[in-house]
Design a protein around this ligand. Structure first.
Ligand SMILES: N[C@@H](CCC(=O)N[C@@H](CS)C(=O)NCC(=O)O)C(=O)O
Length: 206
């Protein structure tokens, strides 16, 4: 049996969380290595590309969260076999990377600078991205982005929306997503209550 070790921040979110959920859905036992932020600071330079997540599969090191999402998605039946549906799924995964790229530019700012940057992000890039994702959800049929069922695209979107809707981003109101794109808010609720996600959560609290 393969040995899987996933290393990410010690948070139930971000780029690592969809991979954890997909690993669990695939029934693959894995070592869930969680680095605190100070620990990441100490170990950063030892990591390939100086970033997390990364995964060891039978001693081979692999980086890039979307690549890992797709790989484990294939093993957990959470990534479409049909090429067009796979493309729909990929489009969402990459759009979320775009959003992250702009969001992290506001990290580390404080006070008025943070407020100004977050408002610009919220009314600019975040709005554009949420409206785009909303279109992709409609294209997929309204309930899921691809394959008319849960895929890693839905998992990753739900993880990101959860952060925004929980008020995790200062100066971005917690109801921002619900007001701008209610269908995406409903998607997050649908995903969070999906048996695959509930089973993952139950496994963590067991
Ligand atoms: N393209 C990479 C980006 C990885 C990445 O930037 N990860 C963030 C955490 S979510 C990180 O390690 N940031 C720390 C840094 O850049 O110093 C992926 O998708 O895995």
């Amino acid at each position: 049996m393969n040995a899987y070790k996933l290393t990410y921040f010690d948070i139930d979110g971000g780029r690592g969380e969809p991979i954890r959920i997909a690993l669990h859905a695939a029934g693959l036992a894995f070592e869930d290595i969680r680095w605190s932020f100070p620990e990441f600071g100490e170990k950063r330079e030892t990591a390939r590309f100086n970033a997390v997540p990364f995964m060891e599969i039978d001693g081979k090191l692999i980086t890039q969260s979307n690549a890992l999402c797709r790989y484990i998605g294939k093993m957990s039946n959470l990534y479409p076999e049909d090429p067009l549906q796979a493309l729909y799924c990929d489009e969402v995964l990459e759009a979320l990377e775009d959003i992250t790229h702009y969001m992290v530019q506001t990290f580390g700012l404080e006070g008025n600078e943070l407020e100004t940057a977050r408002e610009k992000f919220m009314n600019g890039r975040l709005t554009v991205c949420l409206k785009g994702l909303d279109e992709l959800l409609t294209r997929g049929g309204g309930e899921y982005f691809a394959n008319k069922r849960l895929t890693v695209a839905d998992l990753k979107t739900a993880v990101y929306l959860k952060n925004i809707r929980s008020g995790g981003l200062d100066h971005v109101p917690a109801d921002f997503v619900d007001t701008l794109t209610p269908a995406l808010a409903k998607l997050q609720d649908r995903v969070d209550n999906h048996p695959i996600v509930l089973a993952y959560k139950a496994s963590k609290s067991a």
